[in-house]
Design a protein around this ligand. Structure first.
Ligand code: SF4
Length: 256
């Protein structure tokens, strides 16, 4: 094993988003992202960091720091300190984990030797990188992004983003469990949500679709209200079998 990883942090918590909300999870956050979403709540992950931090024990909230890049052996030792084999999930997040597919694969192989499930959180645009790692991923948590979020290599306008997302979703669906999340801001329109729901349905109408109201952070001061969210839920479920409205929950127990 020789993979080197640009890490931001490794910590234990409960899953704060999506259909597995509340499940015990060790998070491995990788550094670097090629989008710049206006609502991003982790801008400190956009660039690789010189050092990464490890929570000293589950729930301690205390951290030790180490130099980047980390070796896979260092990561394995960190995971063991957080008893990763006894958690329901190990989640690789970011940043964008698929900028380091070798790291995702190395981590996936560690998790595969345990009962924990390996969950990939991703912006859902890096199709070639997904193909490199999908055989070691149990669950793909795919965000649906738009050009409003940022330009992406090979995908500049709405149609190109949608086409890239659909290719990504097809690969994920064929090889693992997958669900799609859409962050809903006050600017999100019903036409946008219906467009995403239709595109998902063209891949498979049973893929779960999570509408996630944006959590106020930094420049985002407000969150959409029920008068916006509940009609979006109604419109989306005209096209898909499993649409859910799930806010982020991790702030409730002090996680970032
Ligand atoms: S893809 Fe994720 S980490 Fe990257 S800018 Fe968007 S929200 Fe932030």
């Amino acid at each position: 094993m020789s993979a080197r990883l640009d890490l931001i942090e490794v910590f234990a918590s409960a899953q704060g988003e999506g259909p597995y909300v509340g499940a015990s999870t060790v998070f491995v956050r990788l550094g670097g992202c090629d989008l710049r979403c206006s609502y991003c709540d982790s801008p400190g992950t956009w660039l690789p960091a010189k050092r990464w931090r490890l929570e000293t024990a589950v729930g301690s909230g205390e951290f030790e720091t180490f130099d980047n890049p980390a070796s896979i052996e260092e990561l394995e030792a960190a995971l063991k300190r957080l008893d990763f084999a006894r958690q329901r999930f190990v989640s690789v997040t970011g940043g964008e984990p698929l900028l380091q597919p070798h790291a995702v694969r190395a981590l996936g192989e560690l998790v595969a030797a345990t009962p924990a499930r390996f969950l990939l959180e991703t912006h859902g645009l890096a199709v070639e990188a997904l193909e490199e790692v999908i055989d070691c991923v149990d669950v793909v948590s795919m965000d649906w992004k738009s050009p409003r979020d940022a330009r992406y290599a090979g995908a500049g306008n709405e149609a190109e983003f949608a086409s890239q997302h659909k290719r990504f979703l097809e690969i994920a669906k064929a090889n693992s469990e997958v669900y799609v999340k859409l962050v809903v801001t006050e600017e999100t329109t019903a036409d946008e949500v219906v467009g995403v729901a239709r595109a998902i349905a063209e891949v498979d109408p049973t893929i779960p679709f999570v509408l996630q109201p944006v959590t106020p952070f930094a420049k985002v001061r407000t969150s959409p209200g029920p008068e916006q969210l509940l009609p979006l839920l109604q419109r989306a479920q005209e096209h898909l079998a499993d649409v859910r409205l799930i806010p982020q929950t991790h702030r409730a127990y002090g996680a970032l």
